[in-house]
Design a protein around this ligand. Structure first.
Ligand code: WTA
Length: 648
């Protein structure tokens, strides 16, 4: 961090800034100052301007039961109406979703078509499955338009969707289904993904073995691979959708009615169901899409995330559609058939904003330094990154080779829990620095503080917190209010009051810019996917010969972080354990949690009270010298033994 204060500053492209929504830093400061001076007024104005209310709200924010907060009480709306119906008069024939399949097949779905498809889907859910307001529906889908229809159909009838990323295993899916007590699963036979057939339905079948709250499974036919069919439970989407009416009145929802759950990893225990509610979430999804990507009426916006993650929720579906934009949805893998795929798509569809993860940028860079220049990428205006800290070399490549030095890079910092971006440059206003999320967005009171709320010395790391509730803030952990309070409001106070702690460390530079340095808890960020070390450890412990395990993150040049497991066996020499353990991880969590390194050691470094000293294990994994005092360990000699094994 020594050069933190001397990073090169890149000014916004003046041509772009002229027409940007927020044109300069004065406009940024004016907005943020308004929020500081009149917090409720700031949000009330935004909500009145942006949301098509069925009934207006009567109260802006109620924090009397903090951290359980309510926004826009009294207001009534429907999120699918906000994303579809209100555009039909002026944008009915505009493309809402531009879908490109793995094999290059392109389908453009207009707002009129989106409306018909979502209304039919909503009628199907109601008529064939009796789905009602408040019911939970699990969605386990590939990246096809029906995934978006499913989300919006749930929103239309007031059902709460819970999407599970297609890379999760049957056990993970089962856990999430049970926790949410879902009565319906929406899935697909599979999808097209590189050469191999990619199947989802068999994973659902396995997840539903034994006792389950699920009554029915709706299967969207995509790749027509043969899959097993359970009579009476499994239903064909294409059969059922045929005779449905394309009119379904939107359910009238309260501002604080839940919109969706999305399970994410924390530092302890099982993944938690992060709950987002209707009005606050959709407001911020829309506002941030407008501000941070500066999407214009005629623009084409592409976010490469999967709908199974929050980035896909907010910036493939809800944000772009709420503002009436054209959003690209891509089924395949961006490096397939070759590293030119994303740039060819930019050229073919004249994409204006491109939003991806640092891991993807690093992989694309490695596969072809000058690959973007083989295509006409001149339509690009804004490039975004999200999910993990981006390293300066990847940032520079993105800026120079992809953006040709003329595009703003928005390094957007946020989380499943924040609903939308919270710290990010504004493309027409903020002077940017490589690998720096810069400043809080207007309305967001993000600060770096210590546990007692004091600002750390310049250049010192602190805890990244948000000191006032904001509309798109997580509303709860499904079924576990205590965990919600403890996980997010337990560690840091300011002026004696608990504040939201993100779990990330961060540092200010001399200009007050925020650079996020990564998690301070036991969460690992593998290729931008959040993994709890506790979850991976629980899976490894299922191997019958494993006595103890500790998992830590280790820097990885492509994935950002890799998973490093220290394992103590119960007995005998190591034989096939590594392979078997990986099989178990695949089954329990999914391939995304496979270990990059696995070492078998005689014992873990523990204090006399039995606490595992993970810091030591992190240092050893990185091959760093151990600086901490090891004399307090129960058996200090174990450290040298582990070092010797890792050095091999
Ligand atoms: C990390 C993804 C640095 C961070 C939207 C956070 C980032 C976690 C950035 C949330 C960024 C996200 N710079 N780190 N621009 N964006 N992170 O819930 O550690 O999947 O806490 O949400 O990703 O991951 P999640």
């Amino acid at each position: 961090m020594s050069d933190l204060h001397n990073r090169h500053v890149y000014q916004p492209n003046p041509e772009f800034a002229k027409n940007a929504r927020i044109k300069n830093m004065d406009e940024y400061h004016a907005l943020q100052n308004k929020a500081i001076e009149d917090y409720e007024g700031f949000w009330a104005d935004a909500a009145k301007e942006k949301i098509d209310w069925i009934e207006p709200f009567t109260n802006v924010m109620d924090e009397s039961n903090f951290p359980f907060v309510k926004w826009f009480d009294g207001g009534k709306l429907n999120v699918s109406y906000q994303c579809i119906d209100r555009h039909l008069k002026t944008r009915g024939e505009k493309t809402a979703i531009l879908f490109e399949g793995d094999r290059g097949d392109v389908v453009k779905i207009t707002y009129n078509e989106l409306s018909r498809n979502v209304n039919k889907f909503a009628n199907l859910l109601k008529e064939d499955f009796g789905v009602k307001k408040g019911d939970r529906v699990v969605v386990y889908m590939p990246m096809i338009p029906e995934a978006a229809y499913a989300m919006l159909a749930c929103a239309r009838i007031g059902a709460i969707h819970s999407i599970v990323f297609g890379g999760f295993s049957s056990e993970s899916l089962k856990d999430r289904i049970e926790d949410a007590q879902a009565k319906l699963v929406i899935t697909a036979d599979g999808a097209y993904r590189k050469e191999k057939p990619y199947l989802l339905k068999p994973v659902v079948d396995a997840a539903l073995e034994g006792e389950t709250p699920v009554e029915k499974v709706l299967v969207v036919e995509r790749n027509n691979e043969e899959v097993t069919w359970v009579e009476g439970r499994d239903c064909s989407y294409h059969e059922l959708i045929k005779d449905k009416s394309d009119v379904c009145a939107p359910e009238v929802m309260e501002s604080e009615d839940p919109l969706f759950l999305l399970y994410t990893s924390g530092s302890t225990g099982k993944p938690k169901g992060v709950q987002h509610n209707s009005a606050g979430y959709i407001l911020w999804a829309q506002m941030t899409t407008e501000w941070v990507f500066d999407v214009k009426e005629e623009d084409v916006f592409w976010c490469t995330a999967d709908v199974g993650w929050i980035t896909g929720h907010t910036y493939i579906v809800y944000g772009p559609l709420a503002m009436g934009a054209t959003t690209v949805m891509f089924e395949g893998v961006i490096t397939y058939p070759d590293a030119g795929r994303p740039w060819k798509m930019v050229q073919d569809h004249k994409i204006n904003q491109f939003y991806t993860a640092p891991t993807a940028i690093r992989v694309l860079h490695k596969m072809g330094d000058h690959e973007p220049s083989n295509y006409d990428t001149s339509s690009l205006k804004v490039l975004g990154t999200v999910g993990e800290p981006i390293d300066p070399p990847a940032w520079q490549w993105y800026y120079n080779e992809v953006g040709q030095g003329k595009c703003a890079i928005v390094d957007t910092y946020w989380q499943t829990e924040t609903g939308g971006h919270v710290i990010s440059p504004l493309p027409g206003a903020t002077p940017i620095k490589p690998a720096c999320a810069t400043l809080p967005l207007p309305g967001i009171m993000a600060e770096i503080i210590d546990e007692k709320g004091n600002t750390p010395e310049l250049g010192e790391k602190g805890l990244l917190c948000i000191t006032r509730p904001w509309p798109a803030m997580i509303r709860g952990v499904w079924g576990d209010p205590e965990r919600f309070v403890k996980a997010y409001f337990g560690d840091v106070t300011k002026n004696g009051k608990p504040v939201y702690f993100t779990g990330d460390g961060a540092v200010y530079d001399k200009d007050g810019y925020i650079t996020v340095t990564g998690r301070t808890d036991d969460v690992i960020n593998v290729s931008g996917h959040r993994m709890g070390t506790a979850e991976v450890e629980a899976a490894i412990l299922k191997h019958e010969n494993v006595a103890e395990v500790a998992v830590v993150g280790k820097p990885h040049n492509l994935k950002g972080e890799g998973i490093f497991a220290y394992i103590v066996l119960k007995e005998g020499e190591v034989t096939n354990e590594a392979k078997e353990i990986n099989e178990i991880i695949k089954k329990e969590i999914g391939s995304i949690a496979l270990c990059d390194d696995m070492v078998f050691i005689p014992g873990l470094p523990k204090t006399r009270s039995g606490k595992i000293m993970r810091r030591i294990l992190r240092s050893i994994a990185k091959c760093e010298a151990i600086t901490q005092d090891i004399s307090t360990l129960e058996d200090p000699s174990v450290v040298a033994k582990i070092e010797a094994i890792v050095a091999k």
